[in-house]
Design a protein around this ligand. Structure first.
Ligand code: GLC
Ligand code: GLC
Length: 637
């Protein structure tokens, strides 16, 4: 058996000479030289990941060669402006750690009708300060229910209702010109049942055999189902759906979303080609959808398996060769111990922070910061070349993904507590300010998640006097705790729940639609009017955004916990050497005192960046209901 280094060297020489012989390679040209340089740098990592997945196969070398042909072709097709961007980003690899970063996310149709409509909104995005725009899935998908586009029928065609590929290219360029990076989903765990691979696979086309997990009978599905978690139990029990011909196909999500079979290297190659094509549209970040589910193994939950990480790292190494500035964002809405395993520079450089998101809502409901403070102190700091995407809510449900063990440290029974949170947020708890709705209520397991817009969950729908302050408090944490803050567009003007999905047979089953309301022109035109809720939210939010952008102390992701001496006050510091920022946030509707002794090590006087007010810290600090202060503790003033 050859040593791994030796194998890598042989494979590398073999593949490189095969590539160089291709007429299109233009071996010797400067473009080839750059490709070769990156190949030599990243091939060893790529080879090692792939050999862990497929190395036992007799055709392993052929597979690698075919894959690298795909990479070379994608590199050659990569537009020159993106190659220039690649060089710029390689020279500044931590560009996304800047405090100037601000994310927004929206559905193309709901926010602006079409891609052209989105392009026309660029001045608004600039007004808000966005540097990152996640457009929800926009590729071709089945008519009717497509899980909001998360069932892709072709990664090379834009959904015709939204526009064309040319519209998308033009939009991407215009966004880049405005300093906004485009984020698109890479929905690589599954395709729609209308994708040509899916059609070919069922009809017996040889090139697509083994692309999906299809079983002749219930034998294996029954065995797998014993250990699978049900993701959409309302749609179908277990992890499989029956085909018209009686066979069974793996469907983690809806029955029209067929899980791809990554144990087949042809699937890896095919998806790599799609990934690089999406990158070449000018996508800066790929939102790696449903990362937890991509690898299956009998007798396990088929979530977060080591091979799922290997698949992602292999895609990442390939991107370093053929689309070097492309970065990955992990969408792992799982146990916090598992979430962080996807985050590293060689795997996903950025990741949703579902724990912070869920615990923000937890603290609002309980008026206690214990779990959130613990998460910030023990689970927040990441490697310096990676970042959280901190958000308050997304297009998906809110699930209570905190760790049972973490909760137990405060004597909290996790199961009971989740039941309480569900009741609280769907307004089955007396005195609740929230107006959410349940999602995938599972009477068998007692599991349930919740849906609702930020405004409706924070009390604006109910008319609670503290609602605006609550909403701003949540966003203050996302904006000040490090990483990239992400706004679900509509939240900045207080968009409320929209129950019209119940009249749409393709959506009525899926209550996540309640919090995906369409752009409301009235709210947006109210945004500069301080007498409206929209105006109050917008003013508060844009003020925090401006302060964040103006102060380098918000850059990067590192924070230190700070104990404010009150059960309801969350506290942390940011920055270090040249002084720091102390953020305090009162999660209750009662006045809270931060006693003088906890502030003893701070400067005597510190200015609140949010109000400009100077606080004499030796006297302690009083926080009004839901008040946030961002104290500039840099120099004694
Ligand atoms: C992700 C998406 C979600 C979708 C699922 C299947 O979790 O965020 O909306 O239903 O993947 O693609
Ligand atoms: C995601 C999550 C799950 C979420 C769902 C979409 O992948 O794992 O918690 O609810 O898909 O709703």
């Amino acid at each position: 058996m050859l040593s791994i280094d030796h194998q890598i060297r042989l494979a590398s020489e073999h593949v490189l000479s095969a590539l160089a012989k291709r007429p299109s390679a233009q071996a010797g040209s400067p473009a080839w030289g750059r490709f070769q340089g990156r190949f030599e740098q990243h091939f060893p990592a790529l080879f090692q990941e792939l050999s862990a997945l497929y190395g036992e196969r007799a055709d392993f070398l052929d597979f690698i060669e075919t894959l690298l042909v795909t990479a070379l072709e994608a590199w050659q097709a990569r537009p020159e402006d993106l190659k220039a961007l690649d060089l710029a980003r390689e020279a500044d690899p931590l560009w996304f750690q800047s405090q100037k970063m601000l994310g927004g996310v929206c559905y193309v149709d709901k926010f602006a009708g079409t891609l052209k409509g989105i392009e026309a909104q660029i001045p608004y995005f600039q007004e808000l300060g966005l540097t990152y725009l996640h457009l929800m899935p926009l590729f071709k998908c089945p008519e009717g229910n497509s899980d909001g586009g998360y069932a892709v029928s072709s990664y090379r065609e834009v959904n015709p209702a939204l526009g064309t590929m040319d519209d998308l290219r033009s939009l991407t360029r215009a966004l880049r010109g405005a300093g906004i990076s485009l984020v698109l989903d890479f929905i690589f765990n599954h395709t729609s049942d209308e994708h040509e691979w899916a059609r070919g696979c069922v009809s017996g086309a040889p090139e697509y055999q083994g692309f999906y997990h299809i079983f002749p009978d219930r034998g294996l599905p029954d065995q797998y189902d014993q250990t699978l978690r049900e993701i959409f139990p309302d749609q179908h029990p277990g992890g499989f759906s029956q085909l018209a011909d009686g066979r069974w196909v793996w469907t983690t999500f809806n029955s029209f979303q067929w899980d791809l079979n990554y144990s087949n290297p042809a699937v890896f190659t095919a998806m790599a080609g799609e990934m690089l094509a999406i990158a070449n549209l000018g996508t800066a970040f790929l939102r790696m959808d449903a990362v937890a589910f991509v690898w299956k193994k009998l007798g396990t939950a088929c979530e977060n398996l080591p091979e799922a990480h290997t698949v992602i790292r292999a895609f990442s190494a390939l991107a370093r060769i053929a689309a070097p500035s492309l970065l990955f964002k992990s969408e792992a809405i799982v146990h916090p111990d598992d979430v962080v395993k996807y985050i590293s520079y060689r795997e996903c450089q950025i990741s949703y922070n579902p724990l912070q998101m869920a615990l923000l809502w937890n603290s609002l409901a309980t008026r206690e910061v214990n779990l959130l403070q613990q998460a910030l102190e023990q689970r927040h700091n990441l490697a310096a070349d990676t970042a959280w995407v901190n958000y308050v809510r997304s297009h998906d449900d809110i699930g209570w993904t905190f760790s049972d063990e973490d909760a137990a440290q405060f004597g909290v029974d996790a199961f009971q507590h989740r039941q309480f949170l569900n009741r609280f947020y769907v307004n089955r708890f007396e005195g609740s300010f929230a107006r959410g709705v349940p999602f995938q209520d599972n009477p068998v397991t007692g599991d349930c998640r919740i849906c609702g817009t930020c405004a409706s969950l924070a009390g604006i729908e109910q008319g609670d006097p503290h609602a605006v302050a609550r909403l701003l408090l949540l966003y203050s944490v996302a904006l000040s705790s490090g990483g990239i803050p992400l706004i679900y567009l509509g939240d900045e003007v207080g968009a409320m729940n929209d129950h019209s999905y119940l009249d749409n047979p393709d959506q009525a089953m899926d209550s996540r639609w309640v919090h995906r309301p369409a752009y409301d022109p009235e709210r947006y035109s109210d945004r500069h009017n301080p007498n409206t809720v929209a105006g109050q939210i917008y003013a508060g939010l844009t003020r925090m955004i401006a302060i964040r952008k103006a102060h380098a102390v918000f850059a990067g992701g590192h924070l230190n916990g700070f104990r404010a001496g009150s059960r309801s006050v969350l506290a942390y510091t940011r920055g270090g050497h040249s002084g720091h920022l102390l953020a305090l946030a009162n999660f209750s509707e009662s006045v809270q005192r931060v006693p003088a002794h906890v502030l003893a090590a701070q400067p005597e006087i510190a200015q609140d960046l949010l109000t400009g007010h100077q606080h004499r810290l030796r006297e302690g600090l009083t926080l009004a209901p839901y008040q946030v202060v961002w104290l500039d503790c840099s120099t004694a003033k």
